[in-house]
Design a protein. Structure first.
Length: 304
């Protein structure tokens, strides 16, 4: 009988893996209409991560032939540092993150982690090294505990609770009558955007990857929640090489380096103060966002 179930187990595993990909990355990568295009060489070695030093060297890429999206991108993200990627809508920020996760192979140049070309290592070992906190986390119709434990197969209850504490969502869960067994989703507890993001952070803590991709939510969280989430993210970034795709510049002021993309090219790079002093695209984006947030604060609050 066990012989009979083995293939079913395998199918289940494949299904879970695919589902994990779709559910965790869905919002960020639009996987549903993106067939996986990368294939490993039969003798591809595993990625060996030392300290997760990431480099993009002359990377060019387009989704369609003759339509380049990224052009000659050079990036150097030393081990354990944070690189924020900013720029106008459509500049190619998410594309850059997708290439690092190797949803596509580059057309020119290469991306390396600790000197190894990511196109030449096994993609499962690459993806095991990268944690993603997407813009919008999709939850399973299951318990909140299950939704967190999903970060790592076989995690114990104590590990799930520790991850929830690290993501500052343990208090909220413990206040529910059924604690970690509380169901979430369509027929269960509805979580706010901030709470869902904390679930994603807890999953990432369980996975404990050396490399992080954070895709900041575009939909505004209220400023208190945003502040709290930023603190939690700062804690998980510590000691990991991090790439943040940022929409609100206020959240990346402390990044080790900020890279400004425009139409697929790096047009400016440096720390926040350097970029302000340069008085270029970053400085104008900063001035615009500052004006917008002042307007938002002054706007009368609608009373329902
Ligand atoms: P935003 O801030 O709006 O999220 P972005 O800087 O992240 O934008 P990308 O999502 O990387 O930009 O998109 C860069 C360009 O690539 C856009 O012109 C977009 O239309 C195009 N593009 C993105 N995904 C695909 C795809 N799957 N197939 C074809 N073109 C795509």
């Amino acid at each position: 009988l066990s012989q009979l179930f083995r293939p079913l187990d395998l199918l289940g595993m494949v299904y879970r893996t695919i589902r994990q990909g779709v559910i965790d990355m869905g919002a960020m990568f639009d996987l549903i209409d993106t067939a996986p295009e990368v294939v490993d060489a039969p003798d591809a070695p595993a990625l060996a991560v030392r300290d997760a030093h990431v480099r993009f060297e002359g990377v060019a890429f387009g989704y369609d032939a003759g339509m380049p999206i990224l052009k000659g991108i050079d990036l150097d993200v030393p081990a354990g540092t944070t690189c924020a990627v900013v720029g106008p809508s459509g500049a190619g920020k998410s594309t850059l993150a997708r290439l690092l996760y190797r949803f596509y192979d580059v057309d020119q140049g290469r991306i390396t982690i600790d000197g190894q070309d990511i196109a030449r290592v096994r993609q499962d070992t690459l993806r095991a090294a990268i944690g993603i906190v997407p813009q919008d986390t999709v939850l399973f119709n299951d318990t909140i505990g299950y939704n967190i434990a999903y970060g790592r197969e076989g995690a114990s209850e104590a590990e799930v609770a520790a991850a929830a504490r690290g993501a500052a969502i343990a208090g909220f869960i413990e206040r529910q009558p059924e604690g970690y067994r509380t169901r979430v989703g369509e027929r269960g507890l509805k979580l706010s955007g901030g709470e869902k993001q904390r679930v994603a952070i807890a999953r990432t803590l369980l996975k404990d990857p050396p490399l992080l991709i954070l895709d900041e939510a575009t939909s505004a969280l209220d400023s208190r929640t945003e502040g709290e989430i930023m603190e939690t993210l700062a804690a998980i970034e510590r000691g990991r090489t991090t790439i943040v795709i940022a929409h609100r510049l206020s959240t990346i002021v402390h990044a080790d380096q900020i890279v400004v993309l425009e139409a697929g090219r790096v047009v400016e790079r440096g720390a926040h103060a350097e970029l302000l002093a340069r008085d270029g695209l970053y400085a104008s984006m900063w001035a615009r966002q500052a004006a917008e947030s002042e307007e938002a604060e002054e706007a009368p609050v609608a009373v329902a």
